[in-house]
Design a binder for this molecule. Sequence first.
Ligand code: GLC
Ligand code: GLC
Length: 831
Amino acid sequence: MLEEIHTLRSFEGVLQKMKFGHFDDLHREYVITQPDTPLPWINYLGCQAYFGIISNTAGGYSFYRDARLRRISRYRYNNVPMDFGGRYVYLRDDESGAFWSPSWQPTRTDLKDYTCRHGMGYTVIGSTANGIEAHTRYFVPLDENLEIWQLTVTNHRSTRASISSFASIEFCLWDAQDDATNFQRNFNTGQVEVEDGVIYHKTEYRERRNHFAYFACSEPNGRFDTQRDAFLGPYRGWDKPITVESGQLTNSIAHGWSPIGAHQVKLDLAPGETRQIVFVLGYHENPVDQKFDPPESQTINKKTVKPVIAKYLDPKEADAAFERLWQYWDSLLGIFQVDTPDIHTNRMVNIWNAYQCMATFNMSRSASFYESGIGRGLGFRDSNQDLLGFVHMAPARARERIIDLASTQLATGGAYHQYQPLTKRGNNDIGGGFNDDPHWLIVGVSAYLKETGDWSILDVPVPYDNQPGSEQPLYEHLQRSFNYTLSRLGPHGLPLIGRADWNDCLNLNCFSDTPGQSFQTTTNKEGKVAESVFIAGLFVFAGRELAAIASHRNLKDEAAKYLAEAAKMEKVTLDAGWDGEWFLRAYNDFGGKIGSKECKEGKIFIESNGFCTLAGIGLDDGKAASALAAVNKHLATKHGIVVQQPAYTHYYIEMGEISSYPPGYKENAGVFCHVNPWIMIGETRLGHGDQAFDYYSRINPSAREAISDLHRCEPYVYAQMIAGKDAPSFGEAKNSWLTGTAAWNYYAIVQWILGIRTSLDGLQIAPVIPQSWPGFTATRIYRGVTYKISIERKGKGNQIALTVDGVAIEGNIVPPPTDGRKEVVVKGILS
Ligand code: GLC
Ligand code: GLC
């Protein structure tokens, strides 16, 4: 069945051999064939409430909704060897005593045919050793709070094989921060139950928790362990558990210390025989008044969990759940599919970049190999920008996210920088005062309206700071966002920067000289002088979006006001924000220039030049062209466009965190992949398809696959940062997966280079593609209608002539069908 679905894929599968693995586009998988990748190459499991990260060697952990507060399994960040701890399976040859892990870690035994297939919401890892082939497929079924491990073992020997299989997980005592620090308490609290072969982890269930975890196995009557030290043995690690070595689990019951779940199943396999064992790791809640059974006991009430466990231990149910997961991703990715002459564009747009956008939506910045799951809440600006990449795949959830975000907005129009996912309340520890934040709400809502045409969202009553009684229509929130800047202008008439703008590390009011002080939360100056040219560009952009929204609602005067304010700011920007050849970046607390040729370091920055040109500032008078030419000359490198040049060589107290990083890393002249698309979009606004696409390709992970030794991060997803030319490791990526890079690159390639753009009035078709491309085709499901689009290049320019179902139309916006047609054919000729 799965094979059938696979062969329905519309695009070509191309298999290309690389050092660590290759893309399998047909199956929408990345196939890793060498386990010791430069860094753990991870994938995500789950897409609703139960989530996990899993590396190519089965490392990682799981959590329910909140990676900090409901951590299900334990993981040690910054461990050596790296990425140690996870969903480990061991096999043991009971005749010879040899044991190994089919996923390579944790035993790191030599294996034959090791493969890890990371797919859409699932990962399959396996290999062959000692004539025994074993694969484990890990995934989270839709609508369930559990993960399934399907272990398949085949005997390729000519004789019978007597094999013990072990599966293990280390439980986290729920709050991951506390779990890693509060040992005087935690070594006493751990509790489990074992019933009918199912291991239940119930630490703190006796008091205030009404949730527990469990680890079940489809084979009854096996042995188990629940006490970590019994399983591993004293002073041993996961690579050499004493029980796996000896061949027998001890049926230990954890009291305090470190509860784990381990199952042992003995397999007696005839030559050629295959067996499957299913393991289920899950999370379950009981109503508070029904926690125990019998009620006066301390025994978990298992009435509602048992049917769930029984269901998924059945391999047929597990297969069916996998099938549904496949269909889910098939329909999500089917909303936009493209066929261009460039394989890297195709696979990123059709598969991986869209998939990464969903991961950033689900995870925000919480849990990855670089985000420990205990740090950040959902960022106000980050989450609004993430919308650009996933709104077409999850419009209903985008709507909910927008309302959640807007509910944390302050009555001033300002915003908490972050909110906590479980409570959905603004985070007081970080507070607000990042003066770009409010404008991203306008950008996010506008993207939602363009996608869905759901104007009703603007009338939803939404509170400020979650205060009951403060509700105002969402539209008013947008107005306050805009006005926030109008009442916070600096000496040049440019927006005051506040704590920082998009660049969290440009802390112009911080003046921090105390080690360990947070650049994010420390403000030592009143902040009435430092201004941001980047926010000016964002203000102009957001103002015009808001004007379009207002005029759609027939609020002509208001629309005119927003346009007038945007025009005024544009003028100020072209004047006080212009350095002669490019846009300045900011003015500091002394009124001095940042990002000017007059500066010794940090003469030119990417953000202001990107966002101002993206917003259309300076398109008419040559300033946009000049700015982008300067970016090309001073900032563009073969590994992407760096944040600024020259890099800061020492710490400047008046600049803040940006100068805390060694040159070439992060915001100090690293290639911040999040902002590269702003330049790409700016280039498309000038009609420069070749240049835009060239920038796109420099940081496209698939296009960098061949240099994985240097790049080091996963070749199937974007990383936040690639080390810049000032760094000793120029070209090395860091912080993959959870970054605004996903949404912005997706948005830039799809909406601006391919030019399949949502607008308030319908689908706009305005490609600015490389000259050498003969054209491309795409399918886009938009507001319930399937658009079959083909673009053919006849001339070298970007002029487009469109026909819709064979009839020529004026302009480049395809009007939505009024006669109930569900499919339209759009042809575009570029000349
Ligand atoms: C990180 C933050 C984002 C910020 C960027 C630049 O990606 O999540 O909010 O804009 O860094 O500092
Ligand atoms: C640090 C990082 C920056 C990130 C911020 C988020 O400042 O350098 O990239 O946006 O932390 O808290």
